[in-house]
Design a protein around this ligand. Structure first.
Ligand code: FEO
Length: 387
């Protein structure tokens, strides 16, 4: 439970959530951290907090450095409870500290915690003097809630980015250069796809501002602190926020007796014939949040369900609900499935994909066990449609 000095008198004092596996529907196989930072200057400043059940861990780390009663400022870059849950307990120890947040943050915190703390509202361009250092604030609404902001210390070239650039990783390592690069980037992608994806335009706006700053260290509020791979993470955020996709097609389905799987296999053959990377996902075997990681860079999203009780299978319904909420842009969809008599499933899938705003290819709907010649014909037709 050691505090980690990032730069002289600037410490990581967060909490490590080794057990976390579910972040409101997002499967977090590697756990997470809630990063909290302490700047020891003329004004003692705490940046962000941790989930409520990791308060003791955070406090233990703070107490290794200073008496918590000496904290002057608590910067709350974001009020979601993973970053503010320990705030009430912290404020019991330093009741005169000022709680610094955006206008939406100052409005939201009392609604969460029913407390009247000494609030200080800051907006983009405002500067807080800490002594030798300053914190400059930039509001980044919807990355991830309306209240989000980032704090930048120009003297240290450090950006405290909160949810932006985060990864759900629990580890004893604190820095990007101490941890496998590919796993970190995979988790950054999964995080973006499952948390930030609906807000691409807002991310681009935030990147424009961040791009003007000299940054040597990015201190996000989840996962590893980034000091080596800053160009890489900024570049990939530009790609993701611009909805740039790879030549990749996903075929996502569930099946009752194997017929929808046969159609899925034919669709995959068609995309491979056109030189696409493909991923075939049976919803019985993969978590929807892992599919989202692939959707982040996939152009074609093909979804299949047989008809069950005039409807679609529950696994497919769950995936489509999640997909619609995360709202990837500029994708092409295809609905497919087998049926016995009613055959409603393909139309239901198609309607939801249309509601996602996807351009649609002609649906593929086949009765009972598909005939091989019919499948070959459908495959040929699909090859013609794929750009
Ligand atoms: Fe990590 Fe939006 O909270």
């Amino acid at each position: 439970m050691k505090a980690i000095e990032i730069k002289k008198d600037i410490y990581w004092i967060g909490g490590i959530d080794w057990d976390l596996r579910n972040f409101h529907g997002y499967l977090t196989q590697r756990g997470s951290t809630y990063n909290s930072y302490l700047i020891v200057d003329e004004k003692i400043t705490l940046i962000d907090n941790v989930k409520h059940y990791l308060f003791e861990e955070q406090l233990s780390r703070i107490s290794q450095i200073i008496d918590p009663a000496k904290i002057d400022y608590v910067i709350q870059n974001h009020i979601e409870m993973d970053h503010s849950g320990s705030l009430p307990r912290i404020m019991e120890l330093c009741p005169n500290a000022q709680v610094v947040a955006s206008p939406q943050g100052v409005e939201g915190l009392p609604k969460h915690y029913k407390k009247k703390w000494n609030f200080k509202t800051v907006k983009s361009g405002d500067v807080l003097e800490l002594g030798k250092r300053q914190l400059h604030f930039v509001q980044t609404p919807m990355v991830h809630w309306p209240d989000n902001m980032v704090s930048y210390c120009p003297q240290e070239k450090m950006l405290f980015s909160n949810d932006a650039f985060g990864q759900h990783i629990a580890s004893s390592e604190r820095f990007d250069d101490e941890y496998p690069f590919n796993i970190m980037m995979h988790e950054a992608a999964k995080y973006y796809a499952n948390i930030v994806l609906p807000y691409g335009r807002q991310v681009q706006k935030a990147l424009e501002t961040v791009g003007t700053l000299k940054i040597e260290t990015i201190c996000p509020s989840h996962g590893l602190i980034i000091r080596k791979y800053i160009p890489e993470i900024l570049e990939i955020y530009k790609k993701w926020s611009a909805n740039e996709v790879d030549k990749k097609a996903l075929i996502i389905y569930d099946t009752m007796w194997g017929s929808t799987r046969m159609i899925a296999n034919s669709i995959q053959e068609a995309f491979e014939a056109k030189g696409y990377q493909t991923r075939l996902f049976n919803l019985q075997n993969i978590h929807i949040s892992d599919i989202m990681t692939e959707i982040l860079t996939a152009k074609y999203i093909c979804v299949g369900s047989p008809t069950l009780n005039n409807n679609i299978l529950p696994t497919v319904a769950s995936f489509l609900t999640y997909l619609k909420g995360l709202a990837p842009k500029d994708r092409v969809g295809l609905a497919f499935g087998s049926y016995g008599w009613g055959g409603q499933s393909v139309g239901i899938v198609e309607k939801i994909l249309q509601e996602c705003g996807f351009e649609m290819l002609d649906q593929i709907k086949l009765q009972y066990v598909p005939d091989k010649d019919v499948l070959n014909e459908k495959e040929k037709q699909l090859i013609e449609m794929i750009k």
